[in-house]
Each structure stands twice: as C-alpha cells, then as structure tokens.
Design a protein. Structure first.
Length: 452
C-alpha cells in the first residue's frame, strides 16, 4: 500500500503506469497541467488527481515520485520532492523495476509500436494468457491502455524518446521501423541508430529479436543483436513473409504466412487497414509461436482486433462524410496512413488535415513532409502544435507550404477556422482524415457534432 506520486500523470506513459499501480494496490496520486479523459479515468480507478503543479500536492505519506520525460528540472513538485529527500524515478527507471522477474515483450520502433503492442496484448488476452501490458494509446477492446496481469508476461511499448526503452528488461524485443525522429533528443540519425543498437543488446542470448526486414533502418540494427533474430515483412528475403495479399470487405488485408517450414495452413484476415498492419500482425504471430501458443487461435484473435484510439480511428459518419483520426505526425506515418485510406476508400475524395507536431520535427523533416501527402485530394495545414517546445520564430507552417507541390493545399491557422472551412466545403462521400499528435482530432469531433 505504498503511496506513489506521478508528475505528469495524464500523459500516455505515466497514465499507463498509474493504471497498473492502482491494480497492484498502490496508493496513487498525481498531477497534470490540465484535466483530460485520462485523468478522469484514473480518478475513477481510485487515483487522487491534482490539476496544476504545485509543491502542496506532495503529502507527507508519499514514498516515491515518478516523473515523465516532459517534466522540467524546475517543476515545483519535483523541487519539493528533492527538498523532502524522496526517491525520484524517471519513467524508464520505474518501468525497469516493474519488469524485474517478468517475461518482458518489448515492442520498439519509430512507427507502429502502439498498434503492435495493442495487437500483442489483445492476442494474449484472447488466448487466456492474462498479460501485464503498458500501451501508448487507449485500446477500446481492452478498455484501457494498461493492466496488471498474473501470467508473468509483460507486454510493453518500448519508447525510444528520451532513451526510455534502455531501462527495460526484455526477453523478446520487436523492432518495427528505425527512422530519424525526435530531433530534440536525437540530433542526427546516427544517434537514433545508437539508441536502437543499445536497445537490441538488452535482449539476452536466451531471448529473441523479431525484426522487420523490409526496413533498411532495422536491417542496420540486426547485426548488433546477440540473441537469435527472426525477420518478418513483405519481402521474400524475410524468414516470415506475408504473401497472397488481398483487400477484404472490412477494409483490411487477407494474407498467408510463408516461413522456412513452408506456407502455413491458415489465412490471416485483418479488420484494420494498411500494409503496415500486415507486417505488424506478422510480428505478433511470431510472438505467439515463440511462446508455444496456438497459432490458429492467435490468427482468430488478430481477425477480431479493431485497433487503438487515434490509429486510423473511425470517429463517425454523418451525411455521407466519413471522419477518421490518426496520430501520424512523421512523414512516413502520414504516407502509410494516406495509402491505407486510398486502398480502403478507392476514388472517394480524401481530405487530409495535418497539424504539424513540434517545431524541431517540422524543421528537421521539412522536405520529407513535402512529399507525404500525394494520396490526398485536398490538404489543409494548420499552425504547428508546440507541445513541449517554445516558438523561436525559426519555422512555421508557411515554410512547409513553401516546399510542397501538392496542387490542392492551403494553410488555415486555427482548428476552429479549419472546421468552419470544412463545414462549407465537405460534400457527401468525402473522407476527412485528421493527422497529428496534438489536438487536431478536435476538428473531426466538432465536424461530427455540427454536421449532425
């Protein structure tokens, strides 16, 4: 019944930790700058939630403090914790402690880790394995983003930001994609590679590395592994290959699995769209095989999986307009999301509304963003979502538009202005996709309410 206090408790990382702690009968309190669906959910689970950071939020019975990567050194609660002599843990340090004695399945990658982690947790739960899991997004079918299980299996989204994944203890590691992102943490691509080099070496000789062989970034990491490696992907050079792909009536793909043993005797049928989710599903099946689980049952579980929130999430349909939200905030993510939309919706007119996320990412990947929207018919770029950064005036959405050659693109500053414009221009049979890791999803929610 130890009392733990989490600073930044409403964020994706710490809210998941708090959920597990509550289920393990810890006393949990925490603070965040604003109330949210997640802080309300934690309050209902029994956490004491403070809105705003202040030293008075720390009570005498607190035994340790856990902080997110976004908490600055001068945060008043963090300063108070130091003055009180409390033990202070960064997210990676606490996660590492949680994994001790568990059979850790850590899913890493610049893209795809949330969905793959959610798929894995759902599959294991459906097969009666009762895993502990921590996911970077809410999963409706799991009714949570985290849970404390009793099987000894611990599934975790292994976040490279702030080198968090280097504090983990994985028995199995999945690497979906390695690309340059988070330039505020990794000043060059070589820094990203080094972080993944260090991560893959955490897997013991008795463990397993499951690597997407289609990605050149992942290919550069594989030689660093000391544990056995299984590669997966769409290319025939992989040990597990998805083959005989066909679009199905649910918007996803049906496919078969070719392995070193030959063609496996089942067809995987996904409800979630995109070729990237075909490869994500392959990784999950390799996990199932590694733990000697029934593969046909794992395939059946994957066919029922409907995704995590903010990952090609269908928000609703009204007057013939389909509204989808996706967390894509990196050029590669935008490309694959829009490609999935084009495969799913065919010739319907696709509107992409993108809210760039952080000034550093926008500036570093400017030319890559310029080529990311070819599958959209209409593109709207809003102002940059600052997140943890300050606007120095060096980069703006106008700089992004200046390098883009898309024939139908425009800048609309605010979310409210973009919503008003769309209300005037959307027509039946249109598809609207909001893209970004900020609060751009509000556009879709406002449109659903006002169109109705």
């Amino acid at each position: 019944m130890a009392h733990l206090h989490l600073i930044g408790i409403g964020g994706a990382g710490l809210s998941a930790i708090a959920t597990v702690l509550l289920q393990q009968n810890y006393i949990v309190s925490g603070s965040d700058m604003q109330a949210s669906v997640m802080t309300e959910r934690l309050k209902q689970l029994g956490a004491t939630i403070f809105i705003g950071h202040q030293a008075a939020n720390l009570t005498p019975d607190i035994e340790a403090v856990i902080i997110s990567s976004a908490i600055s050194a001068d945060n008043p609660e963090l300063c108070a914790a130091r003055d009180l002599g409390l033990r202070i843990y960064k997210r990676d340090e606490w996660l590492g402690q949680m994994m001790v004695g568990q059979r850790g399945i850590a899913i890493a990658g610049t893209h795809g880790k949330t969905t793959t982690t959610a798929m894995t947790a759902f599959m294991l739960q459906q097969l009666g394995q009762d895993p502990t899991y921590i996911i970077g997004g809410y999963v409706p079918q799991l009714h949570s983003n985290a849970a404390a299980g009793n099987s000894g299996l611990f599934v975790i989204e292994a976040d490279e930001y702030d080198h968090t994944f280097l504090g983990l203890h994985p028995e199995v590691a999945v690497i979906t994609f390695v690309e340059w992102d988070h330039p505020d943490i990794f000043p060059t691509y070589q820094h990203v590679q080094q972080a993944f080099h260090d991560f893959v070496r955490l897997v013991p000789l008795t463990g397993l590395v499951i690597a997407c062989g289609d990605d050149m970034g992942v290919q550069s990491i594989i030689p660093q592994a000391t544990a056995p490696v299984i590669t997966y992907g769409l290319q025939s050079t992989n040990q597990w290959q998805a083959t005989n792909l066909q679009l199905n009536s649910r918007g996803g793909y049906d496919f078969q699995c070719m392995t070193s043993l030959g063609l496996l005797p089942f067809t995987v049928s996904l409800a979630i769209p995109g070729l990237h989710n075909v490869t994500n599903a392959l990784a999950v099946l390799i996990i199932a095989q590694h733990y000697d689980l029934d593969l046909p049952l794992a395939v059946a579980a994957l066919s029922e999986f409907t995704g995590a929130n903010r990952r090609f999430q269908l928000k609703g349909e009204v007057h013939g307009v389909t509204i989808i939200d996706d967390y894509a905030h990196h050029p590669t993510e935008i490309k694959v999301t829009l490609a999935a939309a084009r495969a799913r919706f065919g010739n319907r007119r696709i509107w992409a509304v993108f809210q760039p996320h952080t000034f550093s990412r926008t500036q570093t990947l400017l030319t890559d963003f310029a080529q990311a929207f070819t599958e959209a018919d209409q593109v709207i770029i809003t102002d940059i979502f600052a997140s943890r950064e300050k606007d120095t005036g060096q980069i703006s959405s106008h700089d992004l538009l200046a390098v883009m050659t898309h024939p139908q693109i425009q800048h609309i500053s605010t979310l409210r202005q973009a919503t008003d414009y769309l209300l005037m221009h959307l027509t039946p049979n249109d598809v609207l996709i909001t893209l970004g890791a900020g609060d751009g999803y509000l556009i879709g929610e406002w449109l659903l309410a006002e169109l109705a």
